[in-house]
Design a protein around this ligand. Structure first.
Ligand code: ADP
Ligand code: ZN
Length: 721
């Protein structure tokens, strides 16, 4: 029978059946266009039966319109789509969307017109034209992109085209990427590194599913070792995917990659231009993109011939996606490797407890790099008890830490202060009437950003200029900043060490590859004495002259205490500590805390990682928390407060009663208002034996809600707000 079933993007409609026109061959995985009412939709031919659908009589089927000019999705990727949808209680349509994530790529080969400057000058020079010409030196892109780069309207640039100042260039949208060469620059590895590298290369050469946990201290050369796995895949003509938790890390990675392989890898992240996106997507699907480095969304691309997946900094929370399909890229990476039958490397200096547990159970092969490369020693770590050695009034840096910073400044070395809070102050209030600035869309305070003179919500992006008088009582000059953010700490450094050159490193200040490159360059040149940064500076960076790390407030992460608070604090502090003393000079770390005896702080100071993980594992075992039990969250939201509460109540009232599943709530979520939606939450704690997803599907599947209500399921949640 020539009936085919399509997976398409419209989740509400479910799968649709079509007739295969005479002479058309469309095996499973083929990407096709099909009619739907008066419109055309894009779909993926699926195996019959895998996706349930109501049977439409053969006679009523409409024919497919045609095949799209892209290779069919491989069986391994189709299994991944099904597994991801199933495991995360998401719709396969939403996962398919992440696979076919470039509309342009689906249209097939194409050329486009880009523009670049000639040496003509315009007949009439205006300040706008002059600025545009300055900004566009060396650039070549579409008019729209150039307008974005130059910050002028497209009209201004069209004027320049008419005058011959900009000339059109016809380019192939899919021009090939530079080839990486496995033997471009061979490293000389230490014996320990060599052993690990050989294991990776061997696994790639052999092929087959092989999950590795690469557990190596900061500065041990984890990257160097997995590069040898990449080299082996390149030799075999296979592709490699490297997932990084943050675009900020990409710059340094690109440089090292190019040094080793003689050409940059292909990058994939959300801020690619649509032309870059289509070019990368098509090269990935054609198998000509050899190594792809990207954010978690790169995981769902249609690699033609994948040979290895690396998840670097695999413990990072940002691998968990918290909207749309709520998946954990670390875990999906392992599943993808299983379906592709290839090795996968999870690399970290502070692995997640879940990963360590998998190694202990013998499921992952654990490889260790216990010492730093080149004999650099791990830094000394000490705690500074803020209750015994308080900072001056209105300050946050205690005298002993100030002294150590002074010493570094005198020696021409660098210090790093870590505080995981962007902006100047987390709360602003009126001294006169007590008014607090709150986000109109979220149950959250507005954070003052003094550099950009605004108050901002870190949840929804709402912003308002900082007023000069209280909006409630009208009193002028009465606003008080409460608590510190990095900007405020930077001010404090400027006050106590006026001659120090201070750089603030956060996602606000380092929000583009250029700014990151500039920051890294100026630290390397020694043009910065003190870095004040958020979690952005905890990983990846290698600054040999940085010999002191101060953790401004180690207790911050422990507040509010969700399931992973202690682990996250451990990871963040250990990672930021790992920035100290990476060169020849020994590093020192000072952790400011009010609770030096808290197990996580004590373990950090003692450098006793095993003790921390053991205690943490015991606590989790006791609580039935991952990896010993499982959590899921159901989040119910609506713009209408009553509607949200009522839907949550209804879910609560129909809860299943099962021996291995415990259901808590419903209750208002800690962030009870987010982006204008009222939120209620149920938490589910299940034994490992429970069929958690089936239980949830069956439970929610029978309920009906008003259109304004959203019910989101979060399996293995990381966020408990
Ligand atoms: P990790 O990722 O484990 O923190 P990196 O791979 O970033 O460690 O290595 C730390 C530093 O040591 C980097 O600057 C790296 O270039 C250098 N390094 C590590 N191994 C070698 C090696 N075998 N040869 C030369 N440099 C190395
Ligand atoms: Zn908000």
């Amino acid at each position: 029978m020539n009936r085919v079933r399509l997976l398409h993007f419209n989740a509400a409609l479910g799968p649709l059946d079509y007739r295969l026109p005479e002479g058309m061959d469309a095996p499973p995985g083929t990407v096709v266009s099909a009619p739907l009412g008066p419109r055309q939709i894009i779909g993926i031919v699926w195996e019959k039966g895998r996706l349930p659908a109501d049977e439409v009589p053969d006679a009523k089927l409409r024919p497919l319109l045609g095949k799209l000019p892209v290779p069919p999705l491989k069986e391994s990727l189709r299994r991944l789509i099904e597994w991801t949808a199933d495991y995360y209680c998401a719709h396969p349509a939403s996962v398919a969307r992440m696979v076919l994530s470039s509309g342009g790529a689906l249209k097939g080969p194409a050329t486009m017109t880009e523009y670049r400057l000639t040496d003509q000058t315009p007949e009439r020079m205006t300040p706008q034209r002059e600025a545009a010409i300055d900004a566009l030196q060396g650039e070549q892109a579409t008019i729209r992109e150039l307008a974005g780069i130059a910050g002028v309207s497209e009209g201004v640039l069209r004027g320049l085209v008419n005058q011959g100042v900009l000339e059109p260039v016809e380019v192939d949208c899919d021009r090939p990427f530079e080839r990486a060469r496995p033997d471009f620059h061979l490293p000389s590895l230490s014996p320990a590194q060599r052993e690990v590298a050989d294991r990776f290369a061997g696994a790639v050469s052999e092929g087959g599913f092989a999950p590795f946990l690469l557990d190596g201290v900061t500065g041990s050369g984890k990257t160097e070792t997995y590069f040898e796995g990449i080299a082996e895949a390149l030799k075999k003509g296979q592709q490699v995917l490297v997932l990084l938790p943050e675009i900020a890390l990409t710059e340094a990675f690109l440089r090292r990659f190019e040094d080793r392989f003689g050409a940059p890898p292909v990058t994939w992240h959300s801020s690619l231009k649509s032309t870059e996106r289509r070019r990368a997507w098509r090269a990935i699907a054609a198998g000509t993109a050899q190594v792809v480095v990207g954010a978690r969304s790169a995981l769902f691309l249609p690699y033609a011939n994948l040979g290895l997946i690396v998840v670097d900094e695999a413990h990072e929370v940002s691998f968990k996606q918290d909207d749309g399909v709520r998946y954990n890229a670390r875990d999906v990476a392992v599943m993808r490797a299983r379906f592709e039958k290839i090795p996968v490397i999870l690399a970290s200096a502070t692995p997640a407890l879940e990963s360590l547990q998998m190694a202990e159970a013998g499921i992952y092969e654990k490889l260790d790099l216990p010492s730093r490369f080149g004999g650099a020693e791990l830094p000394d770590i000490e705690t500074l008890d803020l209750t015994k050695e308080p900072p001056q009034r209105g300050h946050w840096i205690a005298p002993r830490l100030v002294e150590e910073m002074k010493v570094r400044l005198e020696r021409g070395e660098q210090s790093l202060l870590f505080l995981n809070r962007r902006g100047y102050a987390p709360l602003t209030l009126c001294r006169h009437c007590g008014y607090r600035f709150q986000c109109p869309n979220c149950s959250a305070w507005l954070v003052e950003h003094r550099l950009s003179r605004r108050l901002a919500c870190h949840h929804c992006g709402h912003e308002t200029p900082t007023p000069d008088k209280c909006p409630e009582c009208g009193e002028p000059d009465c606003l008080v900043a409460c608590g510190p953010g990095v900007e405020r700490i930077a001010d404090e450094v400027a006050e106590i060490l006026p001659e120090a050159r201070v750089a603030i490193a956060t996602s606000d200040t380092l929000n583009s590859p250029e700014k990151i490159a500039h920051f890294v360059g100026s630290v390397e040149e020694g043009a910065v004495d003190v870095i004040v940064g958020t979690q952005l500076v905890t990983k990846g960076f290698h600054f040999p002259e940085l010999t002191l790390v101060g953790v401004v407030d180690a207790d911050l992460g422990l507040e509010g205490g969700d399931l992973r608070a202690a682990e996250r604090t451990y990871q963040q502090v250990a990672q930021v500590a790992g920035r100290a003393g990476r060169g020849e000079k020994r590093g020192e770390v000072i952790i400011q805390t009010r609770h030096p005896d808290a197990p996580v702080i004590a373990a950090l100071a003692a450098g006793d990682r095993d003790a921390f993980y053991e205690a943490e594992a015991e606590a989790r075992r006791h609580a039935g928390a991952p990896p010993f039990g499982r959590w899921a969250a159901i989040i119910v939201s609506s713009e209408d407060e009553n509607e949200a509460r009522e839907a949550a109540r209804q879910i609560g009232a129909t809860r299943p009663n099962l021996p291995d599943v415990q259901i808590l709530g419903p209750a208002p979520a800690p962030l009870s208002l987010l982006r204008g939606r009222y939120r209620h939450r149920l938490l589910i704690n299940a034994r490992r034996s429970a069929q958690l997803q089936d239980v949830i599907r069956e439970w929610l599947g029978s309920l009906k809600f008003p259109v304004g209500v959203r019910v989101n399921v979060d399996i293995d949640p990381y966020s408990f707000v």
